[in-house]
Design a protein around this ligand. Structure first.
Ligand SMILES: [Ca+2]
Ligand SMILES: [Ca+2]
Length: 201
């Protein structure tokens, strides 16, 4: 991706996805997540971040994007990938939504890549690095438990790859055989229903 294309896409990500965060927080997130997670300490972290956002683009764009999101996924955080730890674990600096301004570790939900001592470790880590290091990404965070082992945030990672397409990075790792599915029933995600690409035009 060229520099100008990256900037353009970055604007589109912020323009399109942030809007969704705003409306999701107002219409859905506050009500449904508030009740389901109110007993967990971590839940208050998300809720305290869920302030209404200003909607700045056209209503046409907004309604189209929302319709897609409501059906398929939601984004609760936008951030930058600042480190790739292994094929299924990354470090994210949040810029919007969940823990905005903070850095945290994200474990990609419902997939496994080889551990450090297993063959394939370096190739899966490199593949993920090449794909998302330094990129702006959206996170669909697990609303059921938020955190997994080692305090890592459980999430599906979304990357905008052109003006109208968002890619599910978890699914990409599976499809490219860098990862295999390991479907935990303790989270909100069902990897068997994932699509690789979503049209947000
Ligand atoms: Ca979620
Ligand atoms: Ca699951």
């Amino acid at each position: 991706m060229s520099g100008s294309s990256f900037k353009k896409n970055a604007f589109i990500v912020i323009g399109a996805i942030v809007i969704i965060i705003g409306v999701r927080y107002v219409s859905n997130f506050n009500t449904s997540i508030d009740t389901t997670l109110s007993s967990a300490d971590q839940a208050t972290t998300i809720i305290s971040d869920s302030q209404p956002r200003t909607i700045t683009t056209s209503s046409t764009t907004l309604s189209t994007s929302l319709q897609i999101r409501e059906k398929q996924f939601s984004i609760e955080c936008i951030g930058i990938v600042i480190e790739v730890i292994d094929g299924d674990t990354i470090e994210v600096e949040s810029t919007e939504g969940f823990k905005a301004g903070e850095t945290f570790t994200v474990r990609l939900a419902d997939i496994d890549t080889p551990e450090r001592y297993e063959s394939g470790f370096s190739t899966s880590k490199s593949a993920l690095y090449e794909r998302i290091y330094g990129e702006i990404i959206g996170l669909d965070i697990d609303n059921q438990s938020i955190y997994g082992t080692y305090g890592r945030v459980i999430a599906v990672v979304y990357l905008q790859i052109d003006d109208s397409t968002v890619m599910n990075v978890n699914k990409w790792l599976v499809d490219t055989r860098y990862a295999r599915i390991n479907d935990f029933d303790t989270n909100e995600f069902n990897p068997y229903t994932w699509q690789l690409l979503y049209d947000i035009s």
